[in-house]
Design a protein around this ligand. Structure first.
Ligand SMILES: Nc1ncnc2c1ncn2[C@@H]1O[C@H](COP(=O)(O)OP(=O)(O)OP(=O)(O)O)[C@@H](O)[C@H]1O
Length: 613
């Protein structure tokens, strides 16, 4: 089946960008709500709107020291918009957390007051629950610990002169605010403090929020309130797609009760996906808002396949390699079997770790919760020592120039401070040489562990060692930033590190590839907003264990509930990333049942579904 496309179809949605430009007036700003399906060019429309502002309103904005606020969901999306608007300083692009912090940073007195009330209310609430609850139960023990921690924080509040926060870390210091607090405080301030509203309306005539279906609902509500109070000074632009709402933080029913003066442009085209994928997306969407997209004129037919295999299939990575080969022959596209030819989507990071061969590295460190953020984005100092210093030095092999550059820039042995104290420079340099050679030798050994390399560095002093590793090399550790649960934290942390140091060093390579997005694997949620020629979606609830989304349930034909609805949305997000061909792999306890269901739904033809490979 192929859709017949009338001529000139590609200009079908051109009116949308004009409607948005119509909103971008400094004298009569109008708010708009651009919600449209995957690949419809929402991000492109956002960039076009920003280009319009840069070209036509920049002078006026600069004159009054005003900027345009753009809020993105991820740091990657932020960087992309900054790049596409050529680093123009009048466009202030930030993630929601950075935006929220920029609003409240420095309002230390107000933050302290807010925390005083919030902590007191929390403590009252916990005490009431404790009075009703069963004494001696785990819940009671947890509640009492919580009450003690909050009480001690409350007592310390007056000693904090400046609250700090970083969107990218775990914020565990005594004067730190948590991510949730920053969002709550800023939304509260925006809603209730006229002075805060004045700062925002004077600073930002336009606030544009990308992926607003997943943007924290408190902030979205606060922005709505801000715009409603100052409709002639500020325009809010919300972009998104309710079908792509995959995080629990977003505002349910966003857009259902928009003020009547908001502009609601409609997009119908999908510029990204092949026709066959668009038909699949339209079918998936039939269960919700029934929006249908049409392909652009250059869209290819493309293809989809679904492989449905038993959950207990042994050696899944080998099976998936055979599936890629089957896709290459079904589509005639050899890229399916080339390294990096397809984007392979897994449900959680551990599944990638297993397939890429860094499972032990990952599982050892993920047991300590505060390590998780850094482990997933590659910023954990314990790992940066190995990934950013030791690995490049080992990989430099005989390349004297690279070795010299690494050692000169990264080794304390060649720092100006150390060199000033050196008496015999030649002897010192030859010691550094020997240290590099010994490290390289150790790194080449097949069975070298992280611990082996750490010991090498500890004895040569070639690189600084992060504090978390001090106890592993017999050095005294200072206190953790937080005093709360310190003993538990310390022993859990040391246990994780001890396990990690026994892991083969070689696993660092595939880990680095994964966290720098060079590997073929990514998570289902992590690719929101992105696009790839060939997409392989692996759905395996058993392997993902306890995951929020349940593909088994979605494919079982069970009655609608919130899990099915959110899994369907995630399914829509993953399928809509494909530009040429799409391959779905479902591991299930009931392959026949799943096949019957997906065919009955009209998602796939018989010829597109395989029960074996
Ligand atoms: N008017 C257009 N003409 C040609 N190509 C377009 C047009 N609009 C969008 N595209 C292309 O279509 C693809 C999808 O666009 P974009 O990422 O902006 O869509 P989106 O609506 O933000 O998608 P999603 O919601 O799936 O993240 C991109 O490759 C983009 O360059």
């Amino acid at each position: 089946m192929s859709t017949i496309v009338p001529a000139g179809i590609d200009s079908l949605d051109n009116h949308v960008d004009d409607e948005i430009v119509g909103c971008l007036s400094l004298t009569e700003p109008k708010s708009f709500f651009l919600f449209a399906g995957a690949g419809s060019g929402k991000t492109r429309s956002l960039v076009k709107a920003l280009d319009y502002i840069r070209l036509n309103l920049a002078h006026e904005l600069r004159l009054h020291n005003r900027r345009v606020a753009v809020i993105t969901y991820t740091k990657a999306a932020r960087d992309e918009i900054i790049r596409r608007t050529q680093f123009d300083p009048i466009i202030a692009v930030s993630t929601i957390h950075a935006f929220a912090w920029s609003v409240i940073e420095g309002f230390n007195h107000d933050i302290r007051d807010w925390l005083r009330h919030a902590l007191a209310a929390d403590i009252d609430d916990l005490r009431a629950k404790e009075a009703r609850g069963r004494a001696g139960s785990q819940a009671s023990i947890d509640r009492q610990a919580d009450i003690a921690a909050k009480t001690s924080r409350l007592m310390r509040l007056d000693t904090i002169t400046r609250f700090v926060y970083s969107p990218d870390t775990d914020n565990r210091g005594q004067d730190s605010l948590s991510h949730a607090e920053v969002l709550e405080i800023s939304s509260d301030f925006i809603r209730t403090k006229p002075a805060m509203q004045d700062i925002l309306k004077d600073g930002y005539p336009f606030i544009l929020v990308d992926e607003s279906q997943d943007t924290n609902r408190h902030i979205v509500d606060a922005l709505f309130a801000l715009q409603a109070t100052h409709p002639t000074r500020i325009a809010l632009g919300l972009l998104g797609d309710m079908m792509q709402r995959i995080y629990g933080d977003g505002k349910a029913k966003l857009g259902e009760e928009l003020p009547p003066d908001w502009i609601k442009p409609v997009k119908k085209l999908n510029f990204r996906c092949p026709r066959r994928v668009i038909r699949l997306l339209n079918k998936i969407r039939q269960a919700t808002d029934r929006q249908e997209q049409v392909p652009c004129s250059r869209a290819i037919e493309g293809s989809v396949r679904m492989f449905i295999l038993p959950a207990a299939t042994p050696n899944k990575p080998a099976v998936e390699a055979r599936i890629r080969a089957a896709m290459a022959s079904a589509t005639g596209d050899e890229k399916w079997i080339e390294k990096g030819g397809s984007k392979d989507l897994i449900l959680e990071h551990r599944m990638a770790a297993r397939r890429l061969g860094f499972d032990e590295l990952f599982s050892s460190l993920q047991t300590f919760n505060p390590f998780r953020t850094g482990l997933l984005d590659g910023s954990l100092p314990i790992l940066s020592l190995f990934s950013g210093k030791i690995l490049p030095l080992i990989d430099a092999r005989e390349d004297k120039f690279t070795i010299a550059r690494i050692v000169r820039t990264l080794s304390p042995l060649l720092s100006a401070k150390v060199l000033r104290t050196v008496v015999d420079e030649a002897a010192h340099l030859s010691m550094v040489h020997a240290a590099v050679a010994a490290l390289q030798e150790k790194g080449k050994a097949n069975n070298a562990t992280f611990g082996d390399l750490l010991q090498e560095i500890a004895s040569s002093g070639l690189f600084e060692i992060p504090e978390a590793l001090y106890s592993s090399i017999g050095k005294e550790t200072s206190k953790l930033p937080s005093e709360e649960n310190e003993e538990d934290d310390r022993s859990a942390r040391d246990e994780a590190i001890e396990q990690f140091l026994r892991v083969p060093f070689d696993q660092i390579r595939s880990y680095v590839e994964y966290v720098t997005h060079q590997a073929t694997f990514d998570t289902h949620q992590g690719v929101k907003g992105l696009e790839f020629p060939r997409v392989l979606v692996i759905m395996d609830d058993t392997e993902a264990r306890g995951f929020l989304f349940k593909y088994e349930k979605l494919f079982s034909g069970a009655g609608e509930d919130t899990t099915i609805a959110s899994t369907r949305r995630l399914f829509y997000v993953t399928c809509s990333r494909a530009e040429q061909s799409l391959c779905l792999v479902a591991y299930t306890s009931n392959p026949e049942g799943v096949r019957n269901h997906v065919i009955r739904q009209g998602w796939f033809d018989h010829s597109e579904v395989e029960l074996a490979v």
